[in-house]
Each structure stands twice: as C-alpha cells, then as structure tokens.
Design a protein. Structure first.
Length: 121
C-alpha cells in the first residue's frame, strides 16, 4: 500500500495547474518529465490524438556509459538521446512539461541538453 505524502500532493497540484497551459499538438508535441528517486523518465506526447509518440528513461540500454541513473550527468545524457531521437522523427519544436517539479537540477539539465541538441523548447 502506497502512502501519498504532502510533497507528492503539492507536485500533483502544481502539475495540474501547469497542464492547463501546456498542450502538445501534432506539430509541437509535449515533452513530459517524471523524476523518481533513482530514475528519470520522459515521454513525447500528442495531446490532441491522446498518443505517446516516443518514450525514454535512464534505464535505456543506450545510456550504459553514464555513471548512475539518478544524477545530473545521466539527465544530460538522456537529454542528448532525446534530442537525437526527436530530430530523427523530423520534429523541431516541442513544449516542455516539467511535471510540477522545480526547474532545477535534473529537470533543468534534461531541458538544456534537449535544447543543445537542436530542438526548440
């Protein structure tokens, strides 16, 4: 049985507030981020069709060279991988959904690595 903490309730409240403004379109999908204690997960979502276009995590086999999975270094490596895959899908612009998390640390490192890969966020 899982217990929802006040911290999680606050994050969910911030995420609901954020989602009122952030919508993924076919030409500009939403990059949604989930941060767990040990991993980082990201999905590229088309909200109009209700479909996940692509998905990644720090568990990906292509990220074996990074040290640890819950680190800023792993977030940067994941951001580079995300940018490469998005460019292959011929998508140049996305909307960044930080998932109710503060824009710092791993979330910020991921977003900046995606931007450095040539994607307009």
């Amino acid at each position: 049985m899982s217990v929802i903490t006040d911290r999680e309730v606050g994050r969910h409240t911030r995420h609901r507030r954020l989602r009122k403004k952030v919508v993924g379109m076919p030409e500009r999908p939403r990059l949604s981020v989930f941060r767990s204690h040990n991993q980082l997960y990201a999905q590229l979502i088309n909200d109009v069709a209700g479909k996940t276009v692509l998905g990644w995590s720090t568990k990906d086999k292509r990220l074996t060279s990074t040290k640890g999975t819950g680190t800023v270094e792993a977030a940067v490596a994941l951001g580079v991988l995300i940018a490469k895959d998005i460019v292959q899908k011929k998508i140049t612009r996305i909307v960044f959904d930080r998932g109710g998390y503060l824009y710092h640390g791993r979330v910020k490192a991921l977003a900046e690595a995606v931007r450095a890969g040539g994607i307009q966020v």
